[in-house]
Write a protein that binds this ligand. Structure first.
Ligand code: NDP
Ligand code: GDP
Length: 324
């Protein structure tokens, strides 16, 4: 039986990945931080089938302890301060967790468990001010937030440990991926929650474009990457891009509501046909620097891993809106 460590196991991706690894017959070990209140709801259906170990990616001795207790064939590093917006408010913390935390984990692998295969959760945010369209594994990086910069450090360290120490370390450069388990502060989940609760939606920039895929399909590719005989990095994306405004309109269509927009910029508002105000702009939600356009080309993943997304924009909005 293979054994895998998943950091960030109680997050969106960690919970789907743990289920996927269980379905493949793995012993799954998850790293969790102590919390003052219950926060295991994403893994509640299967938590008896996995082992949870307390630790923190910033606390190297706790990582060391876990690596001394188990022999890991695979390590998936999903732990992160993952919210771009917060990264301007807490740039140092974001950098410590996402950049230095990843380095600490790599150091433990190098010294204690050099045979473990390592997956790093890299991100399309590293493309930031995109230097070409669509973005591929060869597109130059230009991060636009402390989050993007911190993830780029971790990405290059993953490459560097591969090249310096001949470790099996690789990065999945994943474009945004969503699901009913997505954190509530991300724009897709915020839109869906607010529509379902019949609340006024307050958003920032409606005109940035994202390549949104389905998290369940994206964790499958993390696993596939670690089954290769030699490590490689991959862009994972749907190849479709849509504005936030299009997401809002598509989500409202599931209520059989047509939304119409009036005004522009900070004065833009959204109304139902009957004239009810349903969307307004909150300037506080604008970011100091924006990533305007992300759209990925995942043809390398299709060719080498045989991976292709089935769920694209319309189906994604549908499954998030129909989730109870
Ligand atoms: P989530 O925010 O849902 O999950 C992140 C997890 O990391 C949480 O379980 C959190 O634990 C844990 N964590 C945070 N800090 C630490 C720490 N110091 N030590 C140990 N664990 C910690 O993110 P997602 O599941 O959406 O994303 C998974 C990974 O993929 C992240 O690295 C993210 O940056 C990256 N990514 C995500 C994309 C997306 O669209 N979802 C796109 C590209 C990359 P706790 O609950 O205790 O806070
Ligand atoms: P990101 O791509 O990882 O930053 O994912 P988010 O879902 O947080 O943001 C996606 C885009 O939506 C960004 O361009 C944001 O500026 C934009 N956006 C507009 N309004 C909001 C909002 O209210 N919340 C969030 N999170 N993003 C918003």
């Amino acid at each position: 039986m293979k054994t895998a460590l998943v950091t960030g196991i109680i997050g969106q991706d960690g919970s789907y990945l743990a289920e996927h690894l269980l379905s493949k017959g793995y012993q799954v070990v998850g790293l969790i931080r102590r919390s003052s209140s219950p926060n295991l709801e994403r893994i509640s259906d299967f938590k008896d089938k996995i082992s949870l170990e307390h630790g923190d990616i910033l606390d190297q001795p706790s990582l060391q302890r876990v690596f001394e207790k188990y022999e890991f064939n695979e390590v998936y590093n999903l732990a992160a301060q993952s919210f771009v917006g917060l990264s301007w408010e807490q740039p140092i913390y974001t950098t410590e967790v996402n950049a230095v935390g990843t380095l600490k984990l790599l150091e433990v692998i190098r010294t204690v468990s050099p045979k473990s295969k390592f997956y790093q959760a890299s991100t399309s945010e590293m493309f930031g001010l995109a230097q070409e369209v669509p973005q591929t594994e060869k597109t130059p990086f230009y991060p636009r937030s402390p989050y993007g910069v911190s993830k780029l450090y971790a990405h290059w360290m993953t490459v560097n440990y591969r090249e310096s120490y001949n470790l099996f370390t690789c990065s999945g450069i994943l474009f945004n991926h969503e699901s009913p388990r997505r954190g509530n502060e991300f724009v897709t989940k915020k839109i869906v929650n607010s529509i379902k609760r019949n609340e006024l939606l307050r958003l920032g920039n409606l005109y940035s474009k994202r390549d949104w895929g389905y998290a369940l399909e994206y964790v499958e590719v993390m696993y596939k990457m670690l089954q290769l005989s030699s490590p490689e990095d991959f862009v994972i994306a749907t190849g479709e891009t849509h504005t936030i405004k299009e997401f809002v309109a598509e989500a409202f269509s599931y209520l059989n509501e047509e939304i119409h927009f009036e005004g522009s910029g900070l004065d833009e508002k959204g109304y139902t046909k009957s004239g009810k105000l349903i969307l307004e702009i909150d300037p506080k939600m604008y970011r100091p620097a924006e990533v305007n356009l992300l759209v990925g080309d995942a043809s390398k993943a299709k060719k080498i891993l045989g991976w292709e997304p089935k769920v694209k924009f319309t189906q994604l909005v549908e499954l998030m809106m129909k989730d109870k």
